[in-house]
Ligand binder design. Structure first.
Ligand SMILES: [Zn+2]
Length: 263
């Protein structure tokens, strides 16, 4: 009997240990499953996020690549000499020597564009606008120093002070190879000052210049882009095709070229 009781007790305690072990094993298993499952879940979330990211990256890359390839027509336009961009960050090639024709006296203009300028001046005269002349056209970049001295002298002779003469000269001549005047495609009218804005000639140009291939190169609302202060007197030849398009779009030359690069 004593033996039986002992066996019973032993069994009881063995059974408890057994159950205890099973519970521990189950808890252990559940925790492993939980940890594994959570890990998997977060991994798949992560990889999903990565995929989304890479998708959007791909989308941007494709978009950007598409943006960077201009159409054949835009490429043709971008290579056209008429759209040659010369500004504060685009120096003209030092070996670029345009073929020039004489407008009058020492005033020269690109031979391929001069007929547009002559026709424009003639038609202004026909429309009764007599107070118009080309004050400054082509400038030889290698003779810039001489030009600057001459210009100051000219302004002094017109009765300007030394300071005024220097300011006006700096405004109209500037650094060599960074001026459209060096291309032979730009013209400054009359006194090269803001009084030109009130002249009938200016109003006429604002209405008709694009029909002769000219654009107002430094508009008042584009100073941030051109980095040049508004110049009502400075007009640039780009040819009628582009002049009309630029006028219609209401952009400056920098913006138009950027547009071509993206379309
Ligand atoms: Zn000018």
């Amino acid at each position: 009997m004593e033996n039986n009781k002992n066996t019973q007790l032993k069994l009881n305690s063995n059974g408890k240990i057994f159950i205890y072990r099973i519970v521990v094993a189950i808890v252990f298993l559940i925790s492993i499953l939980l940890v594994y499952g959570l890990n998997n879940l977060s991994n798949s979330k992560e990889s999903m996020a990565m995929q989304i990211n890479s998708n959007s990256l791909n989308a941007t890359t494709t978009e950007k690549t598409e943006e960077k390839i201009p159409s054949e027509e835009s490429q043709r336009k971008l290579q056209d000499w008429k759209l040659m961009l010369v500004n504060y960050e685009n120096e003209m090639p030092k070996d670029y020597v345009p073929k020039l024709s004489v407008l009058e006296d020492d005033k020269k203009f690109d031979s391929r564009a001069i007929s547009g300028l002559i026709k424009m001046l003639e038609d202004m005269q026909s429309d009764g606008i007599t107070k118009i002349w080309a004050q400054s056209t082509y400038r030889d970049p290698t003779k810039q120093d001489k030009l600057i001295k001459e210009s100051i002298q000219e302004y002094l002779e017109q009765g300007k002070t030394q300071e005024e003469a220097e300011t006006l000269t700096a405004r109209s001549i500037g650094e060599p190879y960074k001026s459209e005047h060096n291309l032979g495609l730009a013209v400054d009218f009359n006194y090269v000052d803001y009084s030109f804005e009130d002249e009938p000639a200016f109003k006429w140009l604002m209405k008709h210049a694009q029909d002769y291939g000219f654009i107002l190169r430094y508009p008042e609302d584009k100073e941030e882009i051109t980095k040049i202060k508004y110049e009502p007197w400075h007009w640039r030849y780009v040819g009628t095709e582009y002049a009309k398009e630029i006028k219609e779009m209401g952009v400056c030359l920098e913006e138009y070229i950027e547009y071509l690069k993206n379309n």
